[in-house]
Design a protein around this ligand. Structure first.
Ligand SMILES: Nc1ncnc2c1ncn2[C@@H]1O[C@H](COP(=O)(O)OP(=O)(O)O)[C@@H](O)[C@H]1O
Ligand SMILES: [Mg+2]
Length: 409
């Protein structure tokens, strides 16, 4: 399980301790080594269990808690102390800092703030390159126009990735109005993106997985809302949090985007590690690819992660040649997927993915190879010690102004 941070927690308040525990239990990067309800016993607990992190809730008795923080700082210098308080009073933060706390979190603890703080501690503890091995890869699948095959690719890519036992994969249908990923997987989900978005702070790992629908391929699906009017209930901020939580839970996330490039799609594009821009070889599509590449290219960090995928190659004689297409869009075509209407309609109508319905078909092989190429890209990236790409810090530093976690050392 890579670099897990071992954590001991002290909070004399039963309710707040339980709530912190629930949040922590949802994160597979944290192992809850010990919990304690008395400040005075906690130094001994830390001495016996040697956790990487000591989490001290301040509010029950701030003076006593801060004394404990200084004591821990001396008796267990290898244990990074993280403090939690409902107050964001500057004076309290200063006192915590002077006592030796490494991070100050405001309660109720937002999952992304906790991940942010843990990411920084993991970076300090294991080095940035190392902590990345616990990361997750987000693949956003976007299209040049409606009907190019975005959902077909997202669903079948997700299933191909899920075949590998080492992967845990979730697919999020972000086509909030007309999304049909559930049809492709023949599933009738109990919960949708709107339920998860509205309860994101209360969800732990187990509950989150229970809110998603598991397909027989191993792929977890988070579908679009049932009612169109519920679309409005999901804000970009909510989606950022949902993706953050999923990212901490799954090794791969596949996001099936809408064709409207809405603020929610923009969040997905920003948070993605890889963006597959699906097109076909006709003029309207290629023109949109050029326009999209221009707009996306203006967003910092985007140009490198957008990859053009040509779908339905060989569809008809009148298709623009790959060479001409490449010249028109001015960049490499990352992947080609053959046209196979019969198989694709069959998989959609039967609600069975390619890897199950037509494992030998050329289209299936092309998608399986695409999934392997994307995983290969992860591995190559892991090998690079590019400190800016630590998945946790990269994810959370996208919106630095929104983080409530205050690094104080
Ligand atoms: N490689 C392919 N060959 C033939 N038909 C395809 C291929 N990919 C997708 N299709 C078909 O194209 C249609 C639209 O695909 P879909 O994935 O729903 O597109 P989008 O999500 O971009 O709107 C579907 O009927 C699907 O079966
Ligand atoms: Mg679609």
């Amino acid at each position: 399980m890579g670099n897990v941070l071992r954590l001991a927690l002290v909070d004399p308040g039963d309710a707040t301790r339980e709530s912190i525990k629930t949040t922590l239990l949802g994160l597979d990067m944290v192992w809850l080594e010990a919990e304690c309800s008395r400040y005075e016993f906690f130094t001994d607990v830390v001495a016996q269990t040697h956790p990487d992190i000591g989490l001290v809730a301040l509010d029950h008795d701030p003076d006593k808690a801060l004394q404990l923080v200084s004591k821990l700082n001396q008796s267990a210098p290898d244990c990074a102390v993280l403090v939690v308080s409902a107050s964001s009073d500057g004076n309290l933060i200063l006192r915590a800092m002077r006592a030796g706390a490494k991070e100050f979190l405001t309660s109720p603890v937002r999952i992304e703030d906790l991940l942010d703080a843990l990411g920084r501690i993991a970076d300090r503890r294991f080095g940035r390159g190392e902590s990345r091995s616990r990361g997750s890869t987000i693949v956003a699948v976007a299209g040049a126009t409606g009907g190019v095959g975005t959902t077909s690719i997202a669903v079948n890519l997700g299933c191909a990735l899920a075949r590998n036992d080492k992967n845990s994969v979730a697919l999020v249908d972000l086509d909030l109005c007309l999304g049909d990923a559930d049809v492709f997987l023949d599933s009738i989900p109990d919960y949708t993106l709107v339920d998860v978005a509205q309860n994101v702070t209360r969800l732990d790992f187990t509950l989150l997985k229970r809110s998603l629908t598991k397909h027989s391929s191993g792929l977890f699906l988070l579908p679009r809302p049932v009612q169109m009017e519920d679309m409005a209930l999901i804000t970009p901020d909510d989606l950022q949090r949902v993706i953050g939580l999923l990212k901490a839970t799954f090794t791969h996330l596949v996001l099936d985007l809408s064709k409207s490039y809405t603020p929610l799609d923009q969040v997905a594009l920003q948070m993605a590690d890889e963006v597959l821009l699906v097109t076909q070889l006709d003029l309207p599509c290629l023109r949109n690819v050029v326009r999209l590449l221009m707009s996306l290219g203006a967003i910092t960090g985007m140009a490198d992660k957008v990859k053009v995928v040509v779908n339905r190659v060989g569809l008809e004689n009148g298709q623009i040649s790959l060479k001409k297409a490449q010249e028109t869009i001015g960049r490499e075509i990352y992947w080609q997927l053959p046209n196979d209407y019969r198989t694709m309609v069959e998989v959609r109508n039967n609600g069975v993915p390619l890897v199950e319905q037509a494992p030998k078909a050329a289209i299936t092989q092309a998608i399986v190879n695409l999934s392997e190429a994307l995983c290969g890209a992860d591995k190559a990236e892991e090998a690079l010690s590019d400190s800016t790409k630590s998945s946790l810090s990269r994810l959370l530093n996208l919106w630095p102004g929104k983080s409530k976690a205050t690094p104080i050392k």
